[in-house]
Design a protein around this ligand. Structure first.
Ligand code: HXC
Length: 517
C-alpha cells in the first residue's frame, strides 16, 4: 500500500465494492428481473428502513480449489448479510443472491448466515432470511452440508428467543428448506418453489408426475402441506407482509410487543349484536366478528388458506398486540380436526414465547369425527391444543360466542386450561354435547317407549337445551366469569388486557415439557 494516496485507496475500495455489489453480473441480474423478481440487494432495500442497512462480509470468499473454483471470485459468497432496521427497530438479515452460483450455499455462505444469526441472538433482534438458492453448493461437497448444519443449529438456538421469519423468493430445495422450516413464519412468493425432492426425483422413485409449482408452489404449501404461513404475489408483497408481521412482535422474548398509540376508543359496536344468525345451525364468518372488535378492524391472518376451520392471526386492541384464535363456523361448522389443532397449537406457542396475550373466540361443535381423523392421530394432534393452552403463561382470554361443546369446549382455552378470564355472549351454549346428541344417549329407552316418538324426542331436546344450552349454567359453575352484551366485547377485552398486563405465572422448574409431537 505504501505510496498510494488515501484518495486512490478509497477509489480502489469503491471500485471493488461496486463490482461485488453487481453479484453475478449484469446479464444474470437482468435475467432475475425478467422473471419478475427483485435482486438479493433490492429485496434488502425494499425490506428495511432507508439507509439503515449495514453489511457484514461483503468481501467474504470461499476457500475451495476443486471443480474450477480455485481463484474464482464469488461476490459475498452468494449471500448478503447484515443489520438494519424496520420501523426504527433493529433486525438482522441474510439474502441469498441467485445470480451468484445460483445462490448456492457454500461453506462460507452458510457461516456468514450463521454468524449474523448469532448476532441476532446476542442483540435480541429478529432474524429475517430471504431464500433464493439452488441448495448445497455442489462444488463444495460436505463442507456445504456442514455449513447448513450450523445454520439449522443456530435456528434452534434462536427459536423462542428472537422471532425468525423466512421469505421464500426463489428455489428452496432439498435440505435448504429445513432452515425455513425451523423458523417461526414462512412467507412464500408465487414465483418460488420449495420441496425436499423435486419432480424429477419423484418421477424416478415413485413414478408420480407433477409440476414444480403444483408440488412446491406457494398455493400448494398453503392449502396442502401447511408448511408456509403467508402467500405473496411477488417479492414486494413478501417484504410488505414481513414488515407488517414484525410490527406486531417484540424484538425478543424478554421484551413486550411494541404498543401503538391509541385513541382509547372502546365505544359499543351495535353491529355485533346482529352478527350471529338466528338459526344456530347456520354459519357466519368469524373474521367479520373479529373485525368488529379489534383496532381498525385489522387482522393479520396467519395460514389463511390452511385448516380454514380455525382462524389465527395478529391484531391489536387499544394498540396492544394480541394473538387471536377462533373457530370458523363457515368451514366444517368450526369443528376441530388434526390440521386445525396443529395450526392453533403452533400459533399459541409462538404467542406465549413472545409475550403476546391470546384471545380465543369459541364457536365449536366438537372434534371432527371420522376414521381418517382417528387413524391420522386426532388424539395425539388434538392433545397439542390442550398442551399449548395449558402451558401458555401469557394472559389468556376466552370469549364464548355460541356452541362450546364437549372436549372442544375444554380445548378452546377454557378456564380449566388456565384462561384468566372467560366471557360469554348470551347466545353461548356450554354443554357436554349438542342437545340432539345428548338426548339420543340419555333418553334412548324413553323415546323408544314413547307413543309419539318424534314428538317426545322434540320435547326432550327442548328440555335439554333449556337446561344446558345457555351460558348461565356455566357461569353458575364459574366456568364463565361474565356474560356480556356482544356490542361491548371490545371494552371488556380492553379492560381485561389492561388488568392482566402484569400477569405472572409460576411453573415448576423443568428442562421442558413434552408436547405430544
Ligand atoms: C452449484 C448451482 C447450484 C448448486 C444452481 N447452480 N444450483 N451451483 N450448486 N446447488 C448454478 C447453476 O449451475 C447455474 O450456473 C446457475 O446456478 C443458475 O442455475 P440454472 O440451473 O441456470 O437456473 P434455473 O434454470 O433457474 O434453475 C434453478 C434450479 C437448478 C432449479 C435451482 O439450478 C437446480 O436444479 N439446481 C440444483 C439443485 C440441487 O440439486 N441442489 C443440491 C441439493 S442437495 P451457470 O454457471 O451454469 O449459469 C442439498 C442438500 C442440503 O441441498 C442438505 C442440507 C442438510
Amino acid at each position: 500500500m505504501a505510496g498510494k494516496s488515501m484518495q486512490s485507496l478509497v477509489e480502489e475500495l469503491r471500485a471493488k465494492k461496486e463490482r461485488l455489489f453487481e453479484g453475478g453480473g449484469p446479464d444474470r441480474l437482468a435475467k432475475q428481473k425478467e422473471q419478475g423478481k427483485l435482486t438479493a440487494r433490492e429485496r434488502v432495500t425494499a425490506l428495511v428502513d432507508d439507509e439503515s442497512f449495514e453489511e457484514f462480509g461483503l468481501f467474504a470468499q470461499h476457500r475451495q480449489a476443486g471443480f474450477g473454483m480455485a481463484g474464482k471470485e464469488v461476490p459475498a459468497d452468494g449471500v448478503v448479510t447484515g443489520a438494519a432496521s424496520i420501523d426504527g427497530r433493529l433486525i438482522h438479515l441474510a439474502s441469498q443472491d441467485f445470480t451468484v452460483l445460483g445462490g448456492s450455499a457454500g461453506e462460507v455462505h452458510s457461516l456468514k448466515v450463521a454468524e449474523v444469526m448469532h448476532r441476532s441472538l446476542s442483540t435480541g433482534s429478529p432474524f429475517v432470511f430471504i431464500n433464493d438458492s439452488g441448495g448445497a453448493r455442489v462444488q463444495e461437497g460436505i463442507d456445504s452440508l456442514s455449513g447448513y448444519g450450523q445454520v439449522f443449529y443456530a435456528n434452534v438456538l434462536l427459536s423462542g428467543a428472537v422471532p425468525q421469519v423466512s421469505l421464500i423468493c426463489g428455489p428452496c430445495a432439498g435440505g435448504a428448506s429445513y432452515s425455513p422450516a425451523l423458523t417461526d413464519f414462512i412467507i412464500q412468493t408465487r414465483k418460488a418453489q420449495m420441496f425436499i425432492t423435486g419432480p424429477q426425483v419423484i418421477k424416478q422413485v415413485t413414478g408420480e408426475e407433477i409440476t414444480a409449482d403444483a408440488l412446491g408452489g406457494a398455493d400448494a404449501h398453503m392449502a396442502h402441506s401447511g408448511v408456509i404461513h403467508f402467500v405473496a404475489e411477488d417479492d414486494e408483497e413478501a417484504v410488505h407482509i414481513c414488515r407488517r408481521l414484525i410490527s406486531f412482535l417484540p424484538s425478543n422474548n424478554l421484551e413486550e410487543p411494541p404498543r401503538l398509540p391509541t385513541d382509547g376508543n372502546v365505544d359499543p359496536n351495535p353491529k355485533l349484536n346482529d352478527i350471529l344468525p338466528t338459526d344456530p345451525k347456520k354459519g357466519y364468518d368469524v373474521r367479520d366478528l373479529i373485525a368488529g372488535i379489534v383496532d381498525q378492524g385489522d387482522l393479520l391472518e396467519v395460514q389463511s388458506g390452511y385448516a380454514m376451520n380455525m382462524v389465527v392471526g395478529f391484531a391489536r386492541i387499544l394498540g396492544r398486540s394480541i394473538g387471536i384464535i377462533a373457530n370458523q363456523p363457515l368451514v366444517l361448522s368450526g369443528a376441530i380436526d388434526i390440521n386445525a389443532a396443529n395450526k392453533a397449537a403452533r400459533f399459541i406457542r409462538f404467542c406465549n414465547a413472545f409475550n403476546i396475550p391470546t384471545i380465543t373466540f369459541v364457536d365449536v361443535p366438537g372434534y371432527l369425527p371420522g376414521v381418517e381423523q382417528e387413524y391420522g392421530g386426532i388424539i395425539r394432534n388434538g392433545a397439542k391444543l390442550l398442551f399449548a393452552y395449558s402451558a401458555a403463561s401469557v394472559p389468556k382470554i376466552q370469549v364464548i360466542l355460541r356452541k362450546s361443546y364437549g372436549g372442544a369446549h375444554v380445548a378452546m382455552c377454557s378456564k380449566d386450561l388456565g384462561a384468566d378470564c372467560s366471557f360469554a355472549w348470551p347466545t353461548a351454549e356450554v354443554a357436554v354435547m349438542g342437545a340432539e346428541g345428548a338426548v339420543e344417549i340419555v333418553f334412548r329407552k324413553e323415546m323408544q317407549e314413547a307413543e309419539n316418538k318424534a314428538e317426545r324426542r322434540a320435547e326432550l331436546i327442548a328440555q335439554y337445551r333449556e337446561a344446558f344450552a345457555s351460558p348461565y349454567v356455566a357461569a353458575g359453575r364459574r366456568l364463565v366469569d361474565d356474560i356480556i352484551e356482544p356490542a361491548n366485547t371490545r371494552r371488556h377485552l380492553a379492560q381485561a388486557l389492561e388488568y392482566l398486563q402484569n400477569k405472572r405465572d409460576q411453573r415448576p422448574p423443568k428442562k421442558h415439557g413434552l408436547i405430544p409431537l
